[in-house]
Design a binder for this molecule. Structure first.
Ligand code: SUG
Length: 448
């Protein structure tokens, strides 16, 4: 049976703004308070989806969330009509209003961890929504994420959904941004690679000194248990705490894997040699030939990686077995990174081509090509069981582009977030979107 990796990209929501909300994420901090362009952001994301679809890759779309999240503001004690809740929050606690307006659900690599059916005990594709509990503005995503994923992957015979882990720092879970899967073919059993930043219960693991380590070992282990993964099909590795302190807040800012290949920076992990040996031997047991491409710090520094997002690229398999890297244009702007990429693609190795995309609106908040997509490996039968409304096609691209043009503003600053009109605009837009994507009622304003 044929199998595919389907990339579901997060559609940027109409309140995309630069709130400076993510301590430890250099781009988010340095672009704080700049005015944003939600329309351009959404169109940039859609252009990437269209390009991948036209290259022959399976492409899907994941809906944004209802923002401002009035229900979240009510839980924090603001009351009255929806407009009054927003006005009060703007007057008394602007940072809370900003957090409740974040369009951060666009970075769907953080929406969930996904294990394909070939790896799981019950032969279903398993999803665990990420609790994202390190940042308040992201911790409010998972209930809607679960409803949206439930509406996209609704067939219980093929898909199993788990609620987010307990919402405490000890089980901090950032989803697929710290998870990679190695395999020979997408439909065959593989090795799932979980990268954590710290341990909550075992102080033998060092922790970063400056910035938070968002993912814990215990969260990764819980996800592996929930998904019914075999010990032989799992490898855990610790992220180097020093790189977290340099702005590598997720592992997908310093490493990316696909098929049998791991592309990573020399400083990405602790105990790299034993980790590589474990990946090699576990993948060999399922017939795979693990290969790694290490980018030396002499060619690309950690700072270059953080600024260019070289590793936040999409590594995609082409029909001839070679690979393609989808990178943000910031890679082209960095001399060392661009020189490295030229030498990589001309060296006769597996990675043969680089394609550059303009994702500046998302990049300025620390989200590159890989952050914007959730990978779901599916066989033909499973793909046929996905809600067809969320699979990208030329007509869907046309409808979504027209929808963005109709509903999105091209400029948003902090003061605009306090405008109750913005809430109405967003709800009107999202109501229409659920019809375009055939999701049914998934948003709080549609349910309550
Ligand atoms: O969680 N930025 C996101 C970026 C997530 C990137 N995802 C991956 N690496 N997979 C975050 O830090 C910034 C929002 C603001 O400041 O307005 C933000 O949430």
């Amino acid at each position: 049976m044929k199998s595919y990796e389907v990339n579901f990209d997060g559609l940027v929501g109409p309140t995309h703004n630069y709130g400076g909300l993510s301590y430890g994420n250099v781009a988010s901090q340095s672009n704080s308070q700049q005015s944003s362009n939600p329309k351009e952001a959404a169109l940039q994301g859609l252009a990437k989806m269209k390009a991948l679809m036209e290259m022959g890759f399976q492409q899907g779309v994941l809906a944004p969330q209802e923002r401002p999240d009035v229900a979240a503001l009510r839980r924090l004690g603001f009351s009255g009509t929806d407009a009054q809740v927003i006005e009060l929050a703007a007057k008394e606690a602007m940072p809370l209003l900003v957090a409740s307006c974040s369009a951060s659900s666009m970075w769907v690599a953080n929406a969930a961890t996904v294990s394909p059916s070939a790896d799981t005990a019950d032969g279903r594709v398993h999803f665990t929504a990420a609790n994202l509990n390190c940042k308040y503005h992201r911790s409010i995503e998972h209930p809607t994420t679960s409803r949206v994923l439930g509406a996209m992957f609704a067939n219980q015979q093929h898909f199993a959904h788990h609620a987010a882990l307990p919402a405490v720092a000890q089980f901090g879970d950032e989803g697929a941004a710290n998870h990679t899967r190695f395999c020979r073919e997408y439909g065959e059993a593989g090795v799932e690679f979980f990268v954590f930043g710290r341990s909550a219960f075992d102080n033998r693991f060092p922790a970063p000194q400056k910035y938070p380590a968002r993912q814990t070992l215990e969260a990764s282990q819980a996800v592996a248990r929930l998904h019914g993964l075999r010990d032989e099909g799992v490898v855990y590795a610790q992220q180097n705490p020093n790189v977290i302190d340099q702005g590598v807040f997720h592992n997908d800012v310093i490493a990316v894997g696909n098929g049998e290949v791991l592309f990573y920076h020399e400083d990405a992990f602790l105990d790299t040699d034993s980790m590589l040996a474990e990946l090699q031997s576990k993948l060999a047991k399922v017939g795979g030939n693990f290969q790694s491409v290490c980018v030396p710090r002499s060619a690309v520094t950690v700072d270059d990686a953080v600024r260019s997002y070289l590793f936040n690229s999409q590594l995609l398999s082409r029909p001839d077995g070679s690979m393609l890297l989808i990178v943000p244009q910031e890679c082209q702007a960095n001399e060392r990174v661009w020189a490295y990429l030229q030498s990589l693609t001309s060296s006769g190795g597996l990675i043969r081509e680089v394609k550059v995309f303009d994702l500046k609106q998302s990049m300025q908040n620390g989200g590159g090509p890989a952050c914007l997509r959730l990978r779901v490996a599916l066989n033909e039968t499973e793909l046929a069981a996905v809600n067809p409304g969320v699979i990208m096609t030329p007509p869907l691209y046309g409808s979504l582009t027209a929808w963005v043009e109709k509903h999105y503003r091209d400029r948003l600053s902090e003061t605009d977030l306090a405008d109750p009109q913005l809430l109405l605009e967003c709800r009107t837009a999202l109501d229409e979107l659920t019809q375009i994507l055939k999701l049914g009622a998934v948003y709080p304003f549609q349910i309550n």
